[in-house]
Design a protein around this ligand. Sequence first.
Ligand SMILES: NC(=O)c1ccc[n+]([C@@H]2O[C@H](COP(=O)([O-])OP(=O)(O)OC[C@H]3O[C@@H](n4cnc5c(N)ncnc54)[C@H](OP(=O)(O)O)[C@@H]3O)[C@@H](O)[C@H]2O)c1
Length: 266
Amino acid sequence: MKTILITGATDGIGLETAKMLAKEGHNLFLHGRSQGKLDNVKGALEAQFPKSSITVLQADLSLFDDVKKLAVELKANTDRLDILINNAGVFSIENPITAAGLDARFMVNTIAPYMLTLSLVDVMDEHSRVINVSSAAQAPVNFAALRGETQLSDGAAYAQSKLGITMWTAYLGEKYQLNGPKMVSVNPKSLLGSKMVKDAYGIAGGDLKEGAKIFIEAALSERFANVAGDYFDNDHNTFASPHPFASYATNRQALISELEAIISAN
Ligand SMILES: NC(=O)c1ccc[n+]([C@@H]2O[C@H](COP(=O)([O-])OP(=O)(O)OC[C@H]3O[C@@H](n4cnc5c(N)ncnc54)[C@H](OP(=O)(O)O)[C@@H]3O)[C@@H](O)[C@H]2O)c1
């Protein structure tokens, strides 16, 4: 039995992953931004899987204080985390500018999971794993846009934020390779039928279970036991190279410097 935190567990692939893990009887911490949706998910899972252990944690990951609160509340409930699945994400959003003046895609998809991972490293060890949710949509990060100095289209902000999480996964995955959690970024498969995909592309999309299954494989299987910041592309069921922009150490280092500057200013 593993202790697992899934962010964005109130809908889509995250919810599907929570259902499968609850069935297996893991100690689950489910995060969401809506307390109402969290209460419904907890009620439904406990009714279906009476032996499951489910704690819900509310935080709006577009807000710095909420990201910090999430880490504090998790640690108040457990002194050890086996698996962190940084799944929460946004694509299109009515007002994409956060209270801190940042693009919500960068905040929710890139910055918040970076902060959360670093805040939780001290309750993880070399047997723990961090699964960061990437995408086939990847584009070089415009650092001015990351800082909130210029605005991007939904598609550009999303693709850049997803290369961002893929790049810091590579950086932290290498850093913690020997004495910290194993980290991997995963494209769960393109166009799976979540509300994000329905809103963004107006299509029904594929079976969410395909995404959930690869997250669980990444969390528990031998195939992912020795990752060090690698990228896994579930469109092709293989480890792969992300967008070439990520392959330059100078770009990865520049991204980390930008993230650290943004976080210390907030
Ligand atoms: N579906 C695909 O084909 C696909 C492909 C590649 C990558 N992905 C990635 O997979 C992950 C899951 O997406 P999905 O497709 O399952 O979409 P989804 O159904 O929209 O789920 C997104 C989850 O993130 C949560 N979330 C959104 N904004 C948040 C915020 N500000 N604070 C906290 N939580 C927030 C949502 O909460 P609510 O329930 O309150 O909305 C929901 O639980 C995302 O990272 C996405 O980028 C999806």
